[in-house]
Design a binder for this molecule. Structure first.
Ligand SMILES: Nc1ncnc2c1ncn2[C@@H]1O[C@H](COP(=O)(O)OP(=O)(O)OP(=O)(O)O)[C@@H](O)[C@H]1O
Length: 588
């Protein structure tokens, strides 16, 4: 069962995630500035309205100066400024939404590329569904953040600012009264944010747990159904889903019962104060136009402020999501190791004083020393948990050893550029991973490998006949996880994939554990054909696979217990290898 998600977003200051937006929008910064300038113009046009209205009242209505041309011009100006302002804002909304979509696209690509480059140690702790949630849901929530921060917040702030400037021009003392609304609103927002932030973070966590549970159930469906665990998984899912729903309802309730009434109360207090302010003055004819203009401006200030505040719940969600994405981006990928620019040529491996533990306190490998000549065939055996896969993971550079070092062709592993290391190394894992794609794509794996190489690799792995006989030959889709081929065939396709890259070093991690003796023989033949040309390092539970190896390494509790050829080790009376062979003979 999955662990609850490690919450690394609480440490993130939500506002710092706005930086994420700016980073992703960087290529379109000129567009943003242009949008901002247009929004300022729209706010200016909107702020004109009450001033025109005031002039209409003061110059024409009250003195009863019905000059049709001037009044018509004023009304036309009122209409045009209103329309122009609405049209500009609509156009900018479209522009900002476009920037938001493209920025999220860039962000999602960046997050995925980052995840692909993360060290294997990260995936030991990561939970697939939760990761998927970060790359998809959380980046999508960032889209909302764009739309709100870039548009609603910006637009509303500019409108408020425009109205405040216009009010200051009309009567700065009255403006000051209206402006008190802003700090009051900020206090309400900050109190709300402080109260709701943990709940919102928890909600996003629950949401990604929903994804994780779904992914986990799908991946292990056969085991889940066979064990009759479906009802229990259903209940667990229900509990998480309901907790998520409950949290969201509580948040919406807080919005409806706390936020909105607080804002309405402020609005009423403000209107009362402004009207009272006018009431205390000697209301001359001229003041009526001013009162009209002020009441219009109060509405223009209050409404955007309410907009900003009411959006805050959603904004909070988006900021927490952005913080989650950001914290994933801060998981550091290993620094670029390209220091020498040299390529692996012969594939000689040397392991010197190597010790390693996944947890530094508990070493799994102790002081290993080993030289694997170029082109030789090395078998690694040992009991379960003796450290075979761990040693291979270190050789594959998935983890870095705490002490000692590994060199290939005399170069420390860490100093070999990633590209040339991966090009020189092939891996046939215990669980062959096949994509839901054609056989050809599964062998090529996106590398620049031509048709002839693909077929040659399939022939070398003795799977060419099978693939050619499929309905669409090499173009036949293999189904998710290679569902349409047998385990042994998957293994041979994985072998072809490893060979297609023309590796200098070939790693096999229990590649024959799940296959029958006939397929094992085929793998054995393929390995024989590579002898002398490719350095082969094979972990094998089936000892027959490595019987022909030049050297067999026996690991025992992370120590190198024995080494030698099959014949030499069999000679060692009571030795570990001999016992393993005898045990296997008994099993067979
Ligand atoms: N990712 C990991 N994080 C923490 N501990 C691990 C991890 N992988 C393996 N271990 C531990 O390291 C030890 C060696 O495991 P390893 O998988 O290397 O053994 P192995 O010899 O390959 O076993 P098997 O034959 O069963 O595959 C075991 O005690 C295991 O529990």
């Amino acid at each position: 069962m999955q662990k609850p998600e490690h919450d690394d977003t609480q440490r993130e200051r939500p506002w710092s995630s706005v930086g994420l937006l700016l980073e992703s929008a960087a290529p379109e910064r000129p567009q943003l500035w242009r949008g901002l300038a247009w929004l300022c113009l729209a706010a200016g046009l909107e702020a004109l309205g009450p001033i025109i209205g005031k002039h209409f009242i003061d110059a024409h209505l009250l003195p009863r100066q019905f000059d049709a041309a001037a009044m018509g011009a004023l009304l036309l100006a009122l209409l045009i400024s209103g329309w122009a302002s609405s049209w500009i804002r609509y156009a900018q909304l479209t522009r900002m939404a476009g920037i938001a979509r493209r920025s999220v696209l860039r962000l999602r690509e960046r997050v995925y590329a980052h995840v692909l480059a993360l060290p294997m140690a990260f995936f030991d702790k990561a939970i697939t569904g939760q990761l998927v949630s970060r790359v998809t849901n959380d980046t999508e929530a960032v889209n909302t953040l764009y739309r709100q921060v870039l548009y609603v917040m910006l637009d509303s702030s500019i409108v408020v600012l425009g109205s405040i400037v216009a009010m200051a021009w009309l009567d700065w003392r009255l403006m000051l009264i209206v402006a008190t609304l802003i700090p009051a609103m900020l206090i309400i927002i900050s109190a709300y944010q402080r109260l709701s932030a943990p709940a919102v973070a928890r909600q996003r966590q629950l949401r990604s747990e929903i994804n994780a549970q779904m992914a986990e159930s799908m991946a292990g469906m056969a085991v889940l159904q066979a064990a009759g665990a479906a009802p229990r998984f259903g209940q667990r899912f229900e509990a998480t889903n309901e907790a998520h729903f409950g949290g969201r309802v509580a948040e919406l309730r807080a919005n409806a019962w706390l936020l909105r009434p607080a804002l309405d109360l402020l609005n009423v207090l403000l209107l009362v104060t402004v009207i009272y302010g006018f009431g205390r003055r000697e209301l001359s004819g001229l003041e009526v136009g001013l009162l009209y203009a002020f009441l219009s401006y109060v509405a223009r200030v209050v409404e955007p402020l309410i907009q900003i505040t009411m959006q805050f719940g959603q904004l909070q969600q988006s900021m927490v999501a952005a913080a989650r994405v950001r914290s994933l981006l801060q998981q550091h990928a290993p620094a670029s190791q390209a220091t020498t620019g040299r390529r692996i040529a012969s594939g000689e491996i040397a392991i010197e004083h190597l010790s390693f533990g996944y947890d530094a306190e508990r070493p799994v490998l102790h002081e290993l020393n080993l030289r694997i000549p170029a082109g030789s065939f090395i078998g690694i055996v040992g009991h379960t948990g003796s450290g075979k896969s761990t040693l291979m993971a270190l050789l594959l550079r998935f983890y870095a050893a705490q002490t000692g070092r590994i060199t290939v062709d005399g170069l420390p592993l860490a100093s070999i550029p990633d590209e040339s290391f991966r090009a020189a190394v092939g891996l046939v894992p215990q669980e062959p991973y096949l994509m839901a794609a054609s056989a050809r794509e599964n062998i090529a794996m996106g590398r620049a490998i031509d048709e002839a190489q693909i077929v040659a690799a399939a022939k070398a792995a003795r799977i060419d006949d099978f693939l050619s006989g499929l309905p669409q030959g090499y173009d036949t889709l293999l189904g998710e996880g290679g569902a349409r081929v047998s385990t042994g065939q998957k293994q041979l396709i994985a072998m072809a994939r490893a060979l297609a890259g023309a590796p200098t070093i070939l790693f096999l991690d229990e590649a024959t554990s799940n296959i029958d003796s006939a397929t094992e023989r085929i793998v054995g033949e393929a390995l024989q054909a590579l002898r002398g040309r490719v350095t082969i390092v094979a972990i094998a539970h089936r000892l027959s696979t490595i019987r022909e190896a030049d050297q067999i390494i026996v690991l025992n509790h992370g120590h190198l217990a024995e080494r030698g050829s099959h014949a030499e080790l069999m000679f060692h009376e009571g030795g570990l290898y001999q016992r393993l062979v005898q045990l296997q003979a008994l099993e067979d």
